[in-house]
Design a protein around this ligand. Structure first.
Ligand code: SF4
Length: 331
């Protein structure tokens, strides 16, 4: 039997996940876990890099992120689901790679620049934060990952992992593969104000939100600004609600009617949102039921993370054994 190719991805535990995470990554993860040997990490070391001054929420956030993953359909029987710091080799490989990581690569890495911009309210002038892409490369290479699922805008972020893999292999022999980009076919999921959905913008629909909360948020969501009154015609393609509608509404006839109704102003935005809400409720009901169910089974959550870390560690230990030997350390 052919062995499945190995892939790795991770998320920083910074709070509850939102619909953007679901549309941009998690739904794809659920599909990938049937085709690949998947390793999904909860990147708590990465969370510490930005939240080092207040660590009070990191543990709870790990729990929340796990619940959101399981709710959407991440299956711990198919994929290794684990907390990054539980597999100590992540930190060890990061240190090993830091020996050969040129400073210039870190300083110009798009991930580094992006995070500095996104997290302006925090002092990120630390040694660890500059090394963020180094740890990210270690996360990926530790599993000798064949590929990493990323959105189109993140492709460049992977490049540093490929570069350091090549550099390592040049110095010490052929240990690491160069991880491929597995482009995620992600749907657009704008936030309530029409900008990218983001916790920091306060414009998110959270996976954990109950339906009343979702409706309270959705009814205030920005629409095509040309539709000031119900009698003004609109353009669905200029409306953020339409993007959400496209994601949840799979009824082509109703979509055609909504599209025409918007263009001809034959019904209002609130009617359009109510139709969306029906489809959204249908899609989110099983997700919310799964989340509620797992919330009651706290012991099982610990077991999932332990089993995931055990599986990840087996691969990680083997890789580190090779790395230590290659780098001339006593084994
Ligand atoms: S009718 Fe629907 S698609 Fe058209 S502007 Fe209103 S919310 Fe957007």
């Amino acid at each position: 039997m052919n062995e499945k190719k190995r892939i790795f991805s991770a998320m920083r535990p910074t709070g509850k996940l939102h619909y953007g995470h679901m549309a941009g990554a998690l739904i794809n993860w659920v599909k990938l876990q049937d085709q690949y040997d998947c390793f999904w990490g909860i990147a708590d070391w990465h969370a510490l890099m930005s939240d080092y001054a207040d660590v009070s929420k990191i543990r709870d956030n790990c729990r929340e992120i796990l619940l959101d993953w399981l709710a959407v359909g991440v299956d711990p029987n198919k994929a290794a689901v684990f907390v990054q710091s539980h597999v100590k080799e992540h930190a060890e490989l990061s240190l090993a790679l830091s020996m050969i990581m040129p400073l210039g690569w870190l300083e110009r890495c798009p991930t580094y620049k992006e995070q500095i911009l996104n997290l302006q309210n925090k002092d990120l002038s630390t040694y660890a934060f500059l090394g963020y892409p180094n740890l990210m490369a270690a996360d990926i290479l530790l599993y000798k990952s064949w590929g990493v699922p990323v959105g189109e805008d993140q492709n460049a972020h992977l490049e540093i992992s490929r570069e350091i893999s090549r550099r390592f292999n040049n110095f010490y022999g052929d240990i690491f593969p160069e991880p491929e980009t597995l482009l995620t076919p992600s749907a657009k999921m704008p936030g309530l104000d029409g900008r990218k959905m983001s916790k920091s913008y306060g414009n998110a629909l959270n996976i954990a939100d109950d339906m009343k909360t979702v409706w309270d948020k959705l009814r205030t969501m920005t629409t095509d600004t040309a539709r000031e009154r119900k009698t003004d015609p609109g353009t669905p393609e200029k409306c953020p609600v339409w993007d959400v509608q496209k994601f949840f509404n799979h009824d082509p006839q109703e979509m055609a009617e909504l599209h025409e109704g918007c263009l001809k102003a034959s019904f209002g935005c609130m009617d359009c949102k109510k139709k969306l809400m029906v489809h959204l409720e249908e899609a989110m009901a099983p997700i919310q039921a799964r989340r509620a169910d797992y919330e009651k089974r706290t012991d099982e959550l610990d077991d999932i993370l332990k089993a995931g870390a055990d599986k990840a560690r087996k691969v990680a230990e083997q890789t580190m054994d090779e790395v230590r030997r290659a780098m001339g350390l006593l084994c």
